[in-house]
Design a protein. Structure first.
Length: 451
């Protein structure tokens, strides 16, 4: 049986409790010939599995994804998604917390997790001979956490310290602040770490109820990349991933963008600045154009804003852009740290660059940015962890994973008209929001005239 022959997979369906098919085939574009197949399968309990075999590697990365994050938390559950991410490592019926933390590392691999506004992922990277062990451990912590009361009490202190660490770092804190400003009055704006008061009043039974309601097959997928065989992984997952709970209706609501100005006081030698515009949902056809804009404006030292604001004017140490997309909404931001006396000039310069894009990009520049964006993506995709993550994020936010062909074809499809039209739509002065941390009252009055 070879992965290139779809007919072979059709015969498997008659004897196995799962099904598989090919999603993306090899393709060549922009002299890039590294595209790989993405295989799709479905376990007997309905969980979808996506794999991408990468030749020449001796390892594989595997992730179990749950379609739940901070945007799914009612007020009384704020921080629960991230709290659960921690608690699931504290022991199961099969393994103690110490065993969970050492069993993969003892083989030279690693085990970790992360929480976002709309997803939670538990993932591992191991040598190919240890794939079954990784699946065993990942499925164990996802399916059978003990969630003991004493662990809840201890881990609460760890998370409160994590919140303190974020608050101590203005560069981290500004991220949560500008989301709160732009998506005001929607759960999606809530900080992923949660809030101290809500966490301290969170009932132990509430955490268990939240776990039971959300860690269900209809909200789970598995992605894997590296030295991995799709059908072998499917058999292994059928052996270990047996969770089977009824579907629970989602309570998500789409956030509405607000072009507010918000200035958070703080005694600091620097002012953190976030200038925001309404972004695009993950499945929006113009999102590839926004990716080009993001790459042009604020990705790397060659970006337009870095060259103009830091290299030419010396206003900042770092400046970059963020292009964040969820299934139903998005947020674009320019972020920088500077001295209070430079904020007004910084904002004038950034606004000029945004408004200049309304005339489009020269053809030569657009070609160069496409090459840059493609190169960054392909280089990242040489990592099995990155590719596993790319598959998971796109599968949850788009409904199907993006193959490498999908991504690069999208980049190449962007034309000058699309960039110009998008810039005209989202970079309007009255639709730009602003969040600052540590701005003086005097400068606050000055920058008000820029909006």
């Amino acid at each position: 049986m070879t992965s290139e022959d779809p007919a072979n997979f059709a015969s498997i369906n008659n004897t196995m409790p799962f099904e598989s098919k090919i999603l993306g085939l090899s393709h060549q574009c922009l002299s890039v010939s590294v595209f790989r197949e993405v295989m799709e399968g479905k376990l007997s309990n309905g969980i979808k599995v996506y794999t991408e075999e990468m030749e020449g590697l001796s390892s594989a990365s595997i992730g179990i994804w749950i379609d739940v994050g901070s945007r799914d938390e009612p007020t009384e559950y704020r921080g629960c998604s991230h709290f659960l991410e921690h608690l699931l490592f504290k022991g199961t019926e099969k393994r103690s917390a110490a065993e969970i933390s050492t069993i993969i590392e003892a083989k030279g691999g690693y085990l970790n997790a992360f929480t976002d506004r709309d997803m939670t992922c538990f993932h591992s990277k191991v040598l190919k001979q240890d794939i079954e062990l990784a699946v065993d451990v990942l499925t164990d912590i996802v399916q059978g956490p003990l969630l003991k009361e004493e662990d809840v009490d201890k881990e609460l202190q760890v998370i409160l310290s994590e919140i303190d660490n974020r608050d101590d770092d203005p560069g981290d804190l500004i991220h949560d602040l500008y989301f709160e400003t732009a998506w005001d009055r929607n759960r999606t704006a809530h900080p992923i770490l949660g809030e101290k008061n809500a966490l301290c009043s969170l009932k132990k039974q509430a955490i268990k109820d939240y776990y039971t309601a959300n860690y269900i097959p209809s909200r789970m997928i598995v992605t894997a990349a590296g030295s991995i065989k799709h059908e072998e992984l499917m058999v292994t997952l059928e052996k270990y991933l047996h969770v089977d709970r009824p579907r629970v209706k989602s309570t998500r609501s789409k956030p509405s963008y607000s072009a507010r100005r918000r200035h958070v006081p703080r005694a600091s030698s620097q002012v953190q600045v976030a200038l925001t515009a309404e972004g695009l949902p993950y499945r929006d056809r113009s999102r590839d154009a926004l990716g080009i804009i993001n790459s042009y404006l604020g990705v790397g030292a060659s970006s337009k804003l870095f060259q103009e604001v830091r290299e030419k004017q010396g206003l900042v140490y770092s400046i970059f852009t963020s292009n964040y997309s969820l299934r139903d909404s998005g947020l674009f931001a320019v972020l920088a740290g500077t001295q209070d006396k430079y904020v007004e000039k910084l904002l004038r310069t950034v606004q000029k660059e945004l408004f200049d894009l309304q005339a489009g990009l020269p053809e030569k520049t657009l070609k160069e940015i496409k090459h840059k964006t493609t190169g960054l993506f392909v280089l990242r995709s040489e990592s099995s962890e990155s590719r596993m993550t790319q598959l998971g994020v796109s599968a949850l936010r788009q409904g199907r994973p993006k193959t490498m062909k999908d991504v690069i074809d999208g980049i190449n499809s962007v034309g000058g008209d699309t960039v110009r039209e998008l810039a005209l739509r989202i970079f309007q002065k009255e639709r730009l929001g602003l969040t600052t941390l540590g701005l003086s009252k005097e400068t606050e009055r000055k920058v008000a005239a820029l909006f």
